[in-house]
Design a protein. Structure first.
Length: 221
């Protein structure tokens, strides 16, 4: 019986090891009873049933396994998630263009001057996060609203530049002069900083220590 397993569904992924000394049929009956309670009680009462089982076990002196993983405050089940508000295919196409332009900008700059750097992978790994933010969450400044406070990850700056280029806010020449601001026609600073690019960046986020300090100071004000 040490390696005995059971399942109460047709899915192989639901196979669970049977503890020592328990017959498969016993546990099967308990699971069927629980399924019966769930089907009669309705979906919204299922968590309460489980919580009462846990409380009953605690009162009986049963040591339950500790778990430090708790749901986030805003976690909702998939059935309650709304439909994606945008055009996923279009947004994915735009994201792919931005990711490619960011990579191309850094690679081309390093071909002109070796060891110029540029952090290719940071934006590539966070592109979806940024695009969802830009398309559906971040709010710009207007006469009625002061705008959201967004601290962009400094190493992801190539992606932000590539998006601005796609929007027509940055010229191809500036893109060519990434990390070479003194070149003819101007260039782009390595990281977000309003002193270097006052018409583009609002908050400095590199070196890393600047980001939390700026966040703390703006929150205190």
């Amino acid at each position: 019986m040490d390696n005995e397993t059971y399942t109460h569904t047709d899915s192989p992924s639901d196979v669970i090891s049977v503890p020592h000394g328990l017959e498969d049929t016993q546990i099967q009956e308990w699971l069927e009873s629980l399924d019966s309670c769930w089907s009669r009680a309705g979906r919204k009462w299922r968590p309460e049933i489980l919580e009462r089982l846990r409380a009953h076990a605690t009162v009986a002196g049963i040591d339950l396994p500790f778990s430090a993983n708790t749901p986030y405050a805003n976690t909702i089940p998939a059935r309650l998630e709304p439909l994606f508000p945008g055009d996923q295919q279009l947004e994915r196409r735009i994201k792919s263009l931005i990711r490619w332009n960011a990579l191309a900008m850094v690679v081309r700059a390093n071909r002109v001057e070796h060891n110029i750097g540029g952090h290719i992978s940071t934006y590539a790994s966070a592109a979806t996060l940024y695009e969802v933010g830009f398309n559906h969450f971040f709010r710009g400044r207007s006469e009625e609203f002061e705008g959201d406070t967004v601290y962009f990850q400094g190493h992801a700056a190539p992606g932000i530049y590539a998006r601005a280029f796609l929007e027509g806010r940055i010229s191809p020449q500036k893109l060519e002069n990434f990390r070479r601001e003194l070149k003819t026609g101007g260039g782009l600073s390595s990281y977000p900083h309003p002193w270097l690019m006052p018409d583009f960046w609002e908050y400095p986020t590199v070196s890393m220590g600047l980001s939390p300090l700026m966040a703390i100071l703006s929150g205190a004000v």
